[in-house]
Write a protein that binds this ligand. Structure first.
Ligand code: ADP
Ligand code: MG
Ligand code: ZN
Length: 473
């Protein structure tokens, strides 16, 4: 029997605002524990929340970028549950009236395009963080994160494979980065995702029982966890068993999912409208103003790369797949004006080592790459040598000029110097020289190869060709 995979993602994107969602505390990451707190985010009795307007504005931006319909009147609700990282005993979230609903984004997997529906996006506050002591049987709580603004983005169960799930996740990641509403840092937890996954027999309309995967802090882990869960569920179903609806944690060290809580422990959140906050009214004027100030989005930037730089749709798609990479490309282009060559170089040499989302951690800056390519253009080094220099740059972060100087890699373009080598090689290989004179022009490759050997790849290839032709008559 064949099964079809069904996946729906819940993404939490931490908003890049200076202050928290309902108080003036800083949202800075990494501060000493419990230093960015006040009575409001500590949930003291009698305090009142005041909404941060920027959070609503970010929600509008996201809605416009993903085709969501904005609820012109929406409101906050209390989601009640008890956990030590939630001092109020409830989280302020949105429930029956979220800020936006019914959107979509387009993804591409193996050349096939597909729309993934977005059920809703809502605003909410984050909880604190528990720190578990490794030696003592105690836990500490850090409430700096309490009240940090989040946008939760819930997809329709339209995703059909782990690859599609990662493509969708990367698309939403790119959009929040282009909009500059979240820093998207997965390691720091400012861009997180829970995945719901089920299988159903091929051809069946009804969805199967799903599990929910948590704790996936990289695109790679999302892919691996979902692949693992497809196999696990498939084995159970083929064995005639039933899937238990439960929440699973991905364990990246063991490479498997582990049960976190079953359905019996599922929460009854007893949602109700938060009486401390008035409904949010978003008027047309506000939407128009946000729309007019919307930055360039991936689709538009891709279009512009095709039109202005004459790149193929494929190359432009890759180069604009993350804002960091697109910025990197354009910055390099301002100093090395050959979009096609630059795009190829980035596509092969750079993206072999860094994914588009991780370009920020690459030690080679756009300016340094432009400098390296200009050295090839000027004939200072050969294209082949440049690739080796680039590997060095990735390792050390050093400037190409310094590496070339230090390793003495400058291309030999001095005619007199090369001519000596050329004559020597022809003398040493009289047979091949004769073959060439008899019309076997293919031997030229052999001669140039010999010269490269003697010069450690530094001979200027054009000049080498010319000199051999001249000397062989
Ligand atoms: P909950 O609030 O319990 O998490 P939701 O109805 O909000 O439930 O669904 C959460 C996510 O699960 C959504 O992204 C949705 O698309 C997805 N989903 C719902 N049913 C299934 C299913 N049978 N298989 C896979 N994903 C599903
Ligand atoms: Mg859920
Ligand atoms: Zn506070």
């Amino acid at each position: 029997m064949e099964f079809e995979t069904v996946i729906g993602l819940e993404i939490h994107a931490q908003m890049k605002t200076k202050s928290k969602i309902f108080c003036g505390c800083s949202t800075e990451f990494g501060a000493p524990p419990n230093t960015h707190v006040c009575p409001v985010c500590l949930g003291m009795p009698g305090v009142l929340p005041v909404l941060n307007k920027q959070v609503v504005e970010n929600g509008i931006k996201l809605a416009l970028a993903t085709d969501l319909t904005i609820n012109r009147e929406n409101r906050f609700a209390r989601k009640n549950y008890f956990y030590p990282d939630l001092p109020k005993g409830y989280q302020i979230s949105q429930f029956e009236l979220p800020i936006a609903e019914h959107g979509q984004v387009e993804i591409e997997v193996n050349g096939t395009r597909k729309k993934i529906g977005i059920t809703r996006a809502h605003m909410e506050e984050d909880a604190g963080k528990l720190v578990h002591d490794e030696k003592e049987p105690v836990s500490y709580v850090d409430l700096n994160r309490t009240g940090t603004p989040l946008l939760e983005i819930v997809s329709e169960p339209d995703i059909r494979s782990p690859e599609e799930a990662v493509a969708y996740l990367k698309k939403i990641h790119a959009i929040v980065r282009y909009l500059d509403i979240s820093d998207g840092n997965m390691q720091e937890g400012s861009f997180r995702c829970d995945a719901n996954i089920s299988l159903r027999p091929e051809g069946q309309e009804e969805f199967g029982i799903r599990t929910e995967l948590k704790n996936m802090n990289s695109f790679r882990n999302v892919q691996l966890a979902l692949e693992y869960e497809v196999r696990r569920q498939r084995d159970i179903l083929l064995d005639g068993g039933h899937i238990v609806q439960e929440t699973l944690l991905w364990n990246p060290d063991k490479g498997c999912t582990e049960s976190m809580r079953g359905k019996e422990e599922a929460h009854d959140y007893r949602y109700f409208p938060d009486p401390d906050l008035v409904p949010i009214v978003i008027d047309e004027e506000w939407i128009t103003r946000v729309r007019e100030n919307l930055p360039e989005l991936p689709v538009q930037r891709c279009r512009r790369f095709i039109d202005d730089f004459e790149l193929s749709e494929y190359d432009a798609g890759i180069l604009t797949s993350s804002r960091e990479l697109a910025d990197f490309f354009e910055e390099a282009l301002s100093q090395y004006n050959n979009p096609k060559k630059l795009g190829n170089w980035i596509g092969t040499e750079l993206l072999r080592e860094y994914s588009p989302e991780n370009i920020g951690s690459c030690p080679v800056g756009a300016e340094q790459l432009a400098r390296l390519l200009n050295m090839v253009e000027e004939g200072t080094i050969s294209g082949k040598i440049a690739k080796n220099v680039f590997v060095d740059m990735l390792e050390s972060g050093a400037d190409p000029d310094d590496i070339v100087k230090e390793k003495d890699l400058v291309q030999m373009s001095d005619e007199g110097e090369l001519l000596a080598f050329v004559r020597e090689i022809i003398n040493e290989n009289a047979d091949q020289a004769q073959q060439f004179r008899d019309g076997k022009t293919k031997v030229m490759g052999f001669f140039v190869g010999q010269l490269m050997k003697k010069t450690k790849g530094q001979a200027n290839p054009q000049l080498a060709n010319k000199l051999f032709l001249q000397e062989l008559g």
